[in-house]
Design a protein around this ligand. Structure first.
Ligand code: VG1
Ligand code: CO
Length: 544
């Protein structure tokens, strides 16, 4: 009988999971007992059945291995019978979701701060996923946060660190710890979903791509699938070695942090497809030769064509998007006669809809797309679906986009981020808009007249749970809109996100410059929110 060790502790302030788990600076996580308190709070809330299976993996960032070793001992002390860990402590977020589902685990710990930078002075994070493979819903994260406020002990066993790099099984306390190949199960799943033969044929006929793994977790996955199984030449995947500090970059696949890829795709040497993924492998960036596809458009275009992929033939049941995501997908849903759901930001809100079979594909404007194959967004999945569609249809990304807009019209879309602003200023800005909401309908801003203004509240159609205060919406009579939200993933100060959208019908101006098209909404946002005054910034830090 292994001795279970009870370690006394006291609560830490602020262990509230945000949009996607608890994210803090590494230095915060390095305080003795900090990670342990949070992990124990999770175990206290979910109360695993004796012998339950737990999956642990992360994006390989700095501090990953330290927390994994500790989490393994704690899992053993808390009654888990088997702990499945990705080799090297690696599991991309979608791969972790798949492994949880495939092996019937009761849940998993995903160690990641996603697109946030890594290293001793940067960010770390812990997220708990439930048995369906998806992020824990608010009922669980709320209870975990509550528990972190009263916790007075955590449990562990006396055991040495194990070799995370050797595949196989080792005992820790009374638990069996299984180190698995982090890529194989996921690669098999992808091969079961898509027409790899068609993609291979396109590759051998000269289809070219570049995949930028941004020195983050998708490198090994992309190499195994794109170069290994699909036959793209070696070197197609760049920055393919996961690094603890992502090479000092932000592993955020947008036009700022993946600028080298963007520049290539706009140049004369551009391959057919350019793609990238984020720190933990759940986001995707899609750029065709001379054609950037916004994530909102990507969701709509993938939904419109998803039935080309073998695993989705004849079974698109519905589409879900987060509220700030553009309504481009709604037009596809309308065209195809399937329902569309509008959820709050964060993948946890898609779980019930996916479990109930009410939607097949979902997405967010923040470069996240996914389907019912797992319960997380999935970067490589989106890239492979694009490849499958392009290979079968034999058209370019640009042609597909133009054809799509000519049929459905185009939702011009941009997100303006004001990062690391003072929390008081951010709060004052949001409070100011909230106070004005009842007066806004009927107000004019340039040529725009407000039709409706509210704070978005979501009632889950499956379990009836209500999530209020999920962003402030200003909807104009011409169908355009502005959404204001504060980020729930940042680790310093506050980040304001301003989402801007305007629709052009098929016969309208569908090939214009996005910034120009959104100028009236940008001016209205400033007039409504006094952004410059509250943030002290005259322009956004990042436009995506
Ligand atoms: C951001 C995105 C949101 C996404 C979340 C987690 O949240 O806006 O759409 O689900 O990150 O993505 P926020 O609260 O900062 O706006 V990931 O790839 O960081 O796990
Ligand atoms: Co991510």
């Amino acid at each position: 009988m292994t001795q279970i060790v009870t370690v006394p502790t006291t609560p830490f302030e602020g262990q509230a999971p945000g949009t996607s788990g608890l994210r803090k600076k590494v230095k915060v996580f390095q305080q003795p007992g900090y990670a342990e308190n949070f992990i124990q709070s999770v175990f206290d809330v979910v109360q695993p059945e004796p012998g339950a299976v737990l999956v642990i993996g992360g994006d390989g960032r700095f501090h990953n291995r330290t927390v994994i070793q500790q989490a393994i001992r704690m899992a053993a002390a808390n009654g888990y019978g088997r702990v499945i860990v990705g080799q090297g402590g690696i599991l991309s977020t979608p791969a972790a979701s798949h492994v949880i589902r495939k092996y019937g685990a009761s849940g998993g710990l995903v160690l990641s701060a996603s697109h946030n930078p890594g290293g001793p002075d940067e960010d770390f994070g812990i997220k708990y996923n439930i048995a369906n493979g998806g992020p824990a819903p608010e009922s669980v994260t709320g209870a975990v946060h509550g528990r972190t406020g009263t916790i007075d002990r955590w449990l562990t066993v006396e055991a040495d660190d194990i070799d995370l790099d050797r595949i196989g099984e080792v005992p820790v306390g009374a638990a069996k710890v299984q180190i698995i190949d982090p890529v194989a199960d996921y690669a098999d799943l992808m091969e079961a979903l898509f027409d790899f033969a068609a993609i291979r044929k396109a590759v051998s006929s000269g289809f070219t791509m570049r995949f930028d793994a941004m020195s983050a977790v998708t490198g090994p996955y992309a190499k195994a699938i794109l170069e290994g199984r699909l036959g793209f030449p070696a070197g197609t995947v760049v920055n393919g070695e996961p690094l603890e500090d992502f090479g000092g970059h932000h592993p955020d696949p947008n036009l700022i942090h993946a600028k080298a890829l963007y520049d290539l795709m706009m140049s004369a040497e551009a391959p057919d497809l350019g793609a990238a993924s984020d720190g933990d492998g759940d986001r995707n960036l899609i750029i065709g030769r001379h054609r950037f596809i916004t994530p909102s458009d990507s969701l709509a275009m993938l939904a419109a064509n998803i039935e080309i992929a073998p695993a989705y033939r004849g079974r698109l049941s519905g589409i879900a998007r987060s509220m700030p995501t553009s309504a481009a997908a709604d037009r596809v849903a309308e065209g195809l006669g399937v329902p569309v759901f509008e959820t709050p930001t964060g993948w946890k809100f898609f779980g019930n809809l996916l479990d109930a079979g009410r939607v097949t594909i979902c997405g967010e404007e923040s470069a996240g797309t996914g389907s019912d194959h797992v319960r997380e967004k999935d970067g490589l999945w989106a890239v492979l679906l694009w490849l499958n569609i392009l290979a079968v249809r034999g058209i370019s990304v640009d042609e597909l986009a133009r054809e799509h807009w000519a049929r459905y019209g185009r939702n011009y879309y941009a997100r303006h981020d004001y990062e690391g602003i003072a929390s008081e200023g951010a709060k004052a800005l949001m409070d100011g808009i909230t106070a004005r909401l009842p007066m806004l309908p009927g107000s004019r801003f340039g040529a725009l007249t407000v039709g409706q203004a509210d704070s978005f509240s979501y009632t889950d159609p499956v379990d009836g749970s209500v999530s209020a205060n999920q962003g402030l919406r200003v909807l104009f009579e011409d169908g355009s809109r502005i959404v204001f939200r504060l980020s729930g993933t940042g680790t310093q100060g506050a980040t304001l996100r301003v989402y801007l959208e305007r629709y052009e019908p098929p016969l309208g101006d569908i090939d214009a410059d996005t910034g120009t098209m959104l100028q009236p909404q940008i001016e209205a946002a400033e007039a409504i929110a006094a952004i410059a005054q509250h943030t002290g910034r005259s322009a956004p830090d990042v436009i995506t």
